[in-house]
Design a protein around this ligand. Structure first.
Ligand SMILES: CC(C)(COP(=O)(O)OP(=O)(O)OC[C@H]1O[C@@H](n2cnc3c(N)ncnc32)[C@H](O)[C@@H]1OP(=O)(O)O)[C@@H](O)C(=O)NCCC(=O)NCCS
Length: 166
């Protein structure tokens, strides 16, 4: 049974484990060093009603998460967030990322965001596909802005603007 729900502080160890696995084994994130408990606590505290974090639970075990983080602390950006989503390696490609994406996009609408931005390492075609499915459009490529595992990496910028409420 897959369930997606708002994250609680008790989920932070599982969220951190999933993220640190991705840091060490993928170029999906440009972090290189695993996150510490203190860094993750600060990250969690920087989220809240306007910047939700969701977790995906499979039979009661957290196997993925998604977040809408503040894009900038400059106030005029208040209606803009950045999307992240990660699924534990052995549970990937089973539809969990798709469900997380659908639910976090709904959450963004519910909390009144105007637009969501994603920065995706070029070549992460599954992630690009999942963003396109929920209405993200390609808005540009930042060339050779990252370097990981000995490779220079381009970043694909994608954006979704919520339709105006009638
Ligand atoms: C990206 C990630 C979150 C996706 O979660 P997931 O559970 O593996 O994804 P899903 O199983 O829901 O994806 C299924 C969809 O991907 C599509 N897909 C699978 N491989 C693909 C590929 N190589 N190219 C394009 N689409 C692909 C499937 O066709 C399916 O789409 P459909 O239902 O429209 O046919 C997960 O793989 C992950 O954590 N990867 C490492 C970290 C990462 O890349 N995070 C995103 C950072 S931007």
């Amino acid at each position: 049974m897959l369930a997606v729900r708002p994250a609680k502080i008790d989920d932070l160890d599982a969220i951190t484990e999933i993220y640190n696995e991705a840091i060490l084994t993928t170029d999906a994130t440009f972090d290189i060093e695993p996150k510490t408990e203190a860094e993750q606590e600060a990250w969690f505290a920087s989220h809240g009603p306007k910047n939700p974090v969701l977790v995906a639970e499979l039979d009661g075990v957290v196997v993925g998460w998604a977040s809408l983080s503040e894009w900038s602390d400059r106030c005029a950006y208040a209606g803009t967030a950045e999307l992240s989503f990660y699924v534990k390696e052995e549970f990937r490609s089973r539809g969990i990322g798709k469900r997380l994406m659908e639910d976090i996009i709904q959450e963004g609408e519910r909390v009144g965001l105007h637009t969501v931005i994603a920065r995706i390492a070029n070549g992460n075609n599954q992630s690009i596909h999942l963003h396109e499915r929920v209405g993200f459009e390609h808005i540009g490529v930042m060339r050779e802005v990252g370097q990981k595992f000995g490779r220079l990496l381009d970043v694909c910028l994608m954006q979704k603007i919520y339709p105006p409420k009638s």
